[in-house]
Design a protein around this ligand. Structure first.
Ligand code: FAD
Length: 384
């Protein structure tokens, strides 16, 4: 299904696929078991220019289009959802800086984020603030030109290894976003182990105790931290997570087709059994549909179409729930082998669970997407 791609995008897809097959996929299970992403892997992604791919070229990034970024997220997601999540959070931070940083902030951080010299993490969630990001209680208090930051962030992907945190807290003017460097006195992180999925993602607590942060690290005006800064970051995060789920769907399909083609029961390959075929048909259909939705979202993003927001949420919602179904069926097709750790489908099952929680849970999408349907209907009526 590469017909909708330009020649350049098709070439990039081939390169991403080779990279993911050769450099990431063979090691994903061992990183998953070790619950770590080796620093050399982060270095490798940075050296290949992959972490800076969407950063504008005037800041040293690849300046790629949205479709190309999606293709990369899809191939990394097929190989290893943890590594894909590094791309997601790092590019969310870079995007927020590009969109909401002032000139000095962009000139300071974007070249470093583009090269991967600095790895970014998004620190919004807290023990008491998840889906409702505006409920964060981290305190940001002005002290001269600086901010003093006190709070506890939780579930921060690559928080254990990132260099720069986009922290959202409450100032006197409401939710406010700041960039906080890892070596800021008072900042410490603690790895969260035994996650159900993306187990190599170095997800961590981030504790901030009287951290002094220069005022120049502010993103957007105080008060716009959630509505504008997190809003922009989340929109991009949804996009790459949606593509990552396309990758999980592909991985489930590949593993299931291979397994069903060599496993025999009752005197025939299990791929001959109709109920096994039904599960593979479901995955095949969902994988194609999810890819088309993700491609449509990418195309609309590249065209600057206002419908891109709804298309991105739709693609993420469909792909995440379809990846959940596919991972369940992939485990079922593998039987007992799906319940063990000799095959990667167990990893896909855990990873797919996380995809329905992050970047807007399935329930938030179920509640929210209907709004787009009402809006689009009202718009059509008003035009007539
Ligand atoms: C592995 C992992 C990595 C993460 N990485 C990051 C990160 O890098 N940075 C970061 O800031 N956060 C991160 N998070 C946190 C993530 O953003 C939150 O988990 C997510 O926002 C959901 O919040 P919650 O888990 O507190 O669930 P809650 O918001 O407490 O929701 C609990 C349940 O209630 C449902 N629910 C909540 N509100 C509604 C509603 N209005 N209508 C219907 N149902 C509702 C939810 O769908 C869910 O089923 C990560 C989480 C995980 C698991």
């Amino acid at each position: 299904m590469t017909g909708a791609l330009s020649a350049q995008q098709a070439q990039s897809l081939k390169e991403f696929r080779d990279f993911a097959d050769l450099r990431i996929a063979p090691h994903a299970d061992s990183w998953h078991r070790a619950q770590r992403t080796p620093p050399e892997v982060v270095r490798l992604l940075a050296d290949e220019g992959l972490l800076g791919l969407p950063v504008p070229s005037r800041y040293g990034g690849g300046g790629c289009d949205a479709v190309t970024l999606g293709l990369l997220a899809g191939e990394l997601g097929r190989a290893c959802s943890s590594v894909r999540s590094l791309l997601t959070v790092h590019t969310m931070v870079a995007h927020a800086v590009a969109r909401w940083g002032d000139r000095a902030l962009k000139e300071t951080w974007l070249p470093r984020l583009a090269s991967g010299e600095t790895i970014g993490a998004l620190a919004v969630s807290e023990p008491g603030a998840g889906s409702d990001a505006s409920a964060v209680t981290t305190r940001l208090v002005r002290d001269g030109d600086d901010w003093i930051v006190d709070g506890h962030k939780k579930w921060i992907t690559y928080g254990q290894s990132a260099d720069l945190f986009l922290v959202v807290g409450q100032s006197d003017q409401g939710p406010t976003a700041l960039l906080v460097e890892r070596d800021t006195p008072g900042l410490r992180t603690e790895l969260i182990e035994d996650l159900v999925g993306i187990r190599a993602s170095m997800t961590a607590h981030v504790y901030l105790e009287r951290c002094r942060v220069p005022g120049a690290q502010l993103l957007a005006r105080p008060g716009l931290g959630v509505s504008h800064v997190v809003g922009a970051a989340l929109d991009l995060g949804r996009y790459t997570v949606g593509w990552g789920c396309v990758g999980i769907l592909d991985a489930c399909l590949e593993a299931s087709v291979d397994y069903a083609s060599q496993r025999e029961q009752f005197g025939s390959l299990i791929k001959e059994h109709q109920l096994v075929r039904r599960m593979i048909t479901g995955m095949y259909t969902d994988a194609r549909a999810a890819r088309l939705l993700a491609l449509e979202a990418g195309r609309l993003r590249d065209e600057g179409d206002p419908g891109a927001l709804a298309a991105t949420s739709t693609a993420k919602h469909f792909a995440a729930t379809a990846a959940g179904r596919a991972a369940l069926d992939a485990v079922q097709i593998h039987g007992a082998n799906g319940c063990g750790s000799d095959y990667p489908v167990q990893r896909y099952l855990g990873d797919s669970r996380v995809m329905e929680v992050i970047e807007g849970s399935t329930q938030l999408h179920q509640v929210g997407l209907a709004e787009y349907a009402f809006q689009e209907r009202a718009l059509r009526r008003s035009i007539r």
